[in-house]
Unconditional design. Structure first.
Ligand code: NAG
Length: 276
């Protein structure tokens, strides 16, 4: 009896300091957007849990290692995500033949039961092809922007939209996981890509993120942006209280880089009195 109590106490104290994660639920009833599947847990460890709907081939396992590696790397660079210890667990849900695309949620949101979540649909997820790795990593990039430093919300989302932050994040993840072929593949995909915002023909990757990343410390400069936001940007409780305007956006990236990025911003976005 005493040993059991002692073991239980050790278990509880490990749980409370986050060294041992509780088992994630075996099934999970989706209740967000148009999702209404009961997904089944097919894998978990201390860092991630993987759930499939009934149309994903249950023999697929390649993603267990990939997601664990990305999540551990993410936790190492950008800090912890949640109150339950180092790199609080990521729940990765997969669908086949439905819900194409993906979305994230973080432990700060009740919409997904206060769990860090990536919910990815559409593909077969059979072989770990480029578009499958990119989708998974893209959704993880949103968790970084939405819960870094345990502050909720992404005040830069309106500036960079759905995928510009994701691109440099993905590039960095592949680089640091030694996935050189995928690193080169996404570089080739994005280096000449243009977007219509904040003005027509903006080369976000070529003229903004890649130069900043490669000149000012790679993952360290990316992380510093979030550190500075958490330290200085207006919050209401644990959530950011408003979006960055363009001048603030450039200011915070300059802080992260440790240099004035006005010239880089002028090249990438042009310069207006509003930005000034
Ligand atoms: C991007 O564009 C430049 C200039 O036009 C060209 O030299 C380069 O080969 C292109 N890169 C890729 C990967 O398409």
């Amino acid at each position: 009896m005493q040993t059991i109590t002692a073991a239980l106490l050790i278990h509880l104290s490990l749980l409370s300091c986050g060294l041992l994660a509780e088992a994630p639920p075996e099934t999970w009833q989706e209740h967000w957007f148009e999702h209404n599947q009961v997904v089944k847990r097919v894998f978990y460890n201390n860092d991630i849990a993987v759930y499939f709907d009934d149309q994903v081939d249950p023999s697929i396992t390649w993603m267990n290692t990939f997601i664990t590696d990305v999540w551990l790397y993410t936790g190492r660079i950008y800090g912890t995500y949640g109150p339950y210890g180092p790199a609080s667990r990521l729940h990765a849900i997969f669908h086949t033949g439905r819900y194409p695309g993906g979305h994230p949620s973080t432990y700060m949101s009740a919409s997904h039961d206060n769990r860090n979540v990536i919910d990815c649909g559409g593909y077969t997820w059979k072989n770990g092809e480029g578009h499958e790795l990119d989708t998974i990593t893209h959704e993880i990039s949103h968790i970084v922007e939405q819960a870094s430093k345990n502050v909720g919300g992404s005040p830069a989302f309106n500036t960079w939209g759905d995928s510009k932050w994701a691109e440099i994040f993905i590039y960095d993840v592949y680089k640091n996981l030694g996935k050189n072929d995928h690193m080169q593949r996404v570089y080739n995909m994005w280096i000449n890509q243009t977007d219509s915002y904040p003005r027509a023909n903006t080369f976000w990757f070529r003229d903004w993120f890649y130069p900043i990343y490669s000149k000012y410390g790679e993952s360290a400069v990316l992380n510093r942006f979030y550190e500075l936001l958490a330290q200085y940007y207006p919050k209401s409780g644990n959530w950011y209280s408003r979006d960055l305007n363009m001048g603030e956006f450039i200011h915070f990236w300059s802080g992260a880089a440790g240099v004035n990025l006005k010239d880089q911003a002028t090249l990438a976005f042009g310069w207006t009195s509003d930005y000034e």
